[in-house]
Design a protein around this ligand. Structure first.
Ligand code: DX5
Ligand code: ZN
Length: 216
């Protein structure tokens, strides 16, 4: 039931293809790709050419998390690169309905992300148009940060909003997920957990993925 999306941000960048295959063979359900622009968040990562290159070596669904301003200018490049799911931040665009529709019109699943301080009401009107809501449980920009525990209540309230509206929307949580924080996140109603350091920092990635799923 619970899916794990290892974040490549915590991988060894000198061996990206191997690092992707390691989690693919280790039971990952999706690959989480953190795209940062040094503007919306205070850090830069990689862009569509890296995603396209990795598409050649992996069959995992690519979960592209855009932490960039002007996401509308880059969506097509990530779709062309092989994204299966594109998540945009609600804080980056005034016309979320149009933005999400642009993604979905091209046959790609669309997600909407919220920073820890952004209220759920921001996305209430677009909830029928998304496949996934990504709740950030750290301030985006860096891996290895500490889980913000007040997000647990936000997950519960979002789960309730989705249930009340009878929508097929899944909840993904990103930031500070490890074997200690995962059980509460799952109990609150998340079904996709992003994990960077907990998977790539572990000696055995497959074992780390199983333990996040609660299978060990
Ligand atoms: C943070 C990114 C996360 C990050 C998670 O801005 O969106 O996906 O890689 O890293 P950990 O799991 O180490 O907190
Ligand atoms: Zn992310």
């Amino acid at each position: 039931m619970v899916k794990i999306a290892p974040s490549l941000l915590a991988a060894d960048f000198t061996r990206l293809a191997e690092e992707v295959l390691k989690v693919e063979q280790g039971g990952a359900d999706l690959l989480h790709l953190d795209i940062m622009d040094g503007h919306f968040v205070p850090n830069l990562t990689f862009g569509a050419p890296v995603v396209a290159a990795l598409r050649q070596v992996s069959k995992l669904p690519f979960d592209v998390h855009l932490m960039i301003t002007n996401p509308q200018d880059h969506i097509n490049a990530f779709i062309k690169a092989g994204a299966d799911l594109i998540t945009v931040h609600a804080e980056t665009h005034p016309h979320l309905h149009r933005l999400l529709q642009t993604i979905k019109d091209q046959g790609v699943r669309a997600g909407i992300a919220l920073n820890p301080s952004t209220p759920l009401v921001t996305i209430e009107e677009v909830l029928p148009y998304v496949d996934m809501v990504l709740l950030m449980s750290v301030n985006p920009g860096f891996g290895g940060q500490q889980f913000i525990s007040t997000v647990l209540d936000k997950i519960r309230r979002l789960r309730q909003m989705i249930t009340e509206r009878n929508l097929p929307v899944v909840i993904e949580v990103d930031g500070g997920i490890n074997a200690e924080t995962a059980p509460a996140v799952i109990a609150a109603g998340a079904t996709i957990l992003v994990a960077g350091s907990a998977v790539y920092g572990a000696v055995d990635a497959a074992q780390a993925i199983a333990s996040l799923k609660g299978l060990d």
